[in-house]
Ligand binder design. Structure first.
Ligand SMILES: NC(=O)c1ccc[n+]([C@@H]2O[C@H](COP(=O)([O-])OP(=O)(O)OC[C@H]3O[C@@H](n4cnc5c(N)ncnc54)[C@H](OP(=O)(O)O)[C@@H]3O)[C@@H](O)[C@H]2O)c1
Length: 317
C-alpha cells in the first residue's frame, strides 16, 4: 500500500481507502458477513482510511463498523459525517446547528464504539454553513476535548469547494472525482494544493459504472432506495454507459481492468490524498487495492481529461 499525507492534518492515509455506504444497503441488499469481509480485507491490505456517515442506513454503517473494528480501532483513520437528518419529522432535511451536530456526533461515537473520530465531516455542507456556520466553534471545542482529531466538509459543488478551501476551516475536503466527473480538478484542486488542504476523492467508480460491468439491462435492477435508481434514471444510464465504453482505451499494459484505470486516474492527480471506493466484499476490496501501484501513461491521462472537457462534461448525478 502507498500512503499519502492528508493535507494539513499530517495524517498518513492509504492511497486507497474504503467507503462504507454500500454496507448499509444503498446499493441493493447487503449481508453483514460480506461487509465484514470487505473491512477485514481492507485492513489486511494496509488500507487505513475508512469513511462512513450517520446517514448510511441511518447509522447502520457506523454500527457495523464499530463491531467490525472492535479491538483494532487504532489501526484505522476513521472518518464520519453528520448533518443529514435521517429520522423523525425533519427526515430528508439538513441541520448543521451546533445543537444538532453536537447530539449526532455523540451518537456516532457510541455506534462506532470509540471515544474519538479522526475526521468529522459536515455532510453536504452549504456555502452559507461553510462561510458562516456557528457549528465550526462547536467542532473546535470537540477537537479540544479530544472527540474529533480533525474536521472539515464533504461537499457537492465547485462553489462549495472554493468556499471550503478559502474559508480555512477544513483541513481536507471530500468531493466526487472520477473519469466522468472532473469538475473539482479545474479550480478547486489547485487551490487546495496551494492551501495544503487534503482531497478525499469519493464515488471514484461512479457508483459502479466505471467498473464496466453494467449493461443497459441492469437499469431495471435499480429500484426503491438503491441510490442508482435516482442517479441513473431515464436516458442518463445509457448515456453514461456509452461514455464508459469510450474509456476502455485506458485498459492496456499493466492496467488490466477498468476498475484499476478508474482508481489510478484519481490517484494520478497530485491533489488527491485518498480515493474511497465502496467495496461490497473482499474480492472488490482486493481489486481496488491492486490499483495503487499502477501509473496511467501521461498521453492516456491527457486523453481522458480532454474527453471529459470536450465531450463528457454535464450535470453530476
Ligand atoms: N455526499 C457524500 O458525502 C458522499 C456521497 C457519496 C459517497 N460518499 C462516500 O464515498 C464512498 C464511495 O462512493 P460510492 O460507494 O457511492 O460509489 P463508488 O465507490 O463509485 O461505487 C461503489 C460500487 O462500485 C462497485 N464496486 C466497487 N469495487 C468494485 C470492484 N472492484 N469490482 C466491481 N464492482 C465494484 C460496487 O457495486 P455493486 O454494488 O454493484 O457490487 C459498489 O457498490 C461511499 O461509500 C461514501 O463513503 C460520500
Amino acid at each position: 500500500m502507498e500512503y499519502r499525507v492528508l493535507g494539513r492534518t499530517g495524517l498518513r492515509v492509504s492511497a486507497i481507502g474504503l467507503g462504507t455506504m454500500v454496507h448499509a444497503g444503498h446499493f441493493g441488499p447487503m449481508r453483514d458477513e460480506e461487509s465484514r469481509s470487505a473491512i477485514d480485507a481492507a485492513l489486511d491490505l494496509g488500507v487505513n482510511f475508512i469513511d462512513t456517515s450517520d446517514a448510511y442506513g441511518a447509522g447502520y454503517s457506523e454500527t457495523l463498523l464499530g463491531d467490525a473494528l472492535k479491538g483494532r480501532r487504532d489501526k484505522v483513520i476513521l472518518a464520519t459525517k453528520g448533518g443529514n437528518v435521517m429520522v423523525g419529522p425533519n427526515r430528508g432535511k439538513r441541520d448543521f446547528s451546533p445543537a444538532y451536530i453536537g447530539r449526532v456526533l455523540e451518537a456516532s461515537l457510541k455506534r462506532l464504539q470509540t471515544d474519538y473520530v479522526d475526521r468529522y465531516q459536515l455532510h453536504n455542507a452549504t456555502v452559507e454553513v461553510i462561510e458562516r456556520g456557528e457549528v465550526w466553534e462547536l467542532l473546535e471545542r470537540r477537537k479540544k476535548e479530544g472527540k474529533i482529531r480533525y474536521y472539515g466538509v464533504s461537499i457537492n459543488s465547485v462553489e462549495e469547494g472554493v468556499a471550503a478551501v478559502k474559508g480555512g476551516r477544513s483541513d481536507a475536503i471530500q468531493v466526487e472525482y472520477n473519469l466522468l466527473a472532473q469538475e473539482f480538478a479545474g479550480e478547486v484542486f489547485p487551490l487546495a494544493q496551494r492551501a495544503n488542504v487534503g482531497v478525499i476523492a469519493r464515488v471514484p467508480l461512479r457508483r459502479g459504472l466505471l467498473t464496466g460491468k453494467f449493461t443497459p439491462a441492469d437499469q431495471a435492477r435499480f429500484q426503491d432506495d438503491d441510490v442508482r435508481a435516482r442517479n441513473f434514471a431515464g436516458d442518463r444510464f445509457q448515456n453514461e454507459l456509452e461514455k464508459v465504453e469510450r474509456l476502455r482505451f485506458l485498459v492496456r499494459g499493466p492496467v488490466k481492468s477498468l476498475v484499476q484505470a478508474a482508481l489510478a486516474f484519481c490517484l494520478a492527480h497530485p491533489a488527491v490524498s485518498v480515493v474511497i471506493p465502496g467495496a461490497r466484499n473482499a474480492a472488490q476490496m482486493r481489486e481496488n487495492a491492486s490499483s495503487v501501484d499502477l501509473r496511467i501513461p501521461p498521453e492516456d491521462l491527457d486523453r481522458a481529461r480532454e474527453l471529459w472537457r470536450s465531450e463528457f462534461r454535464g450535470p453530476s448525478p
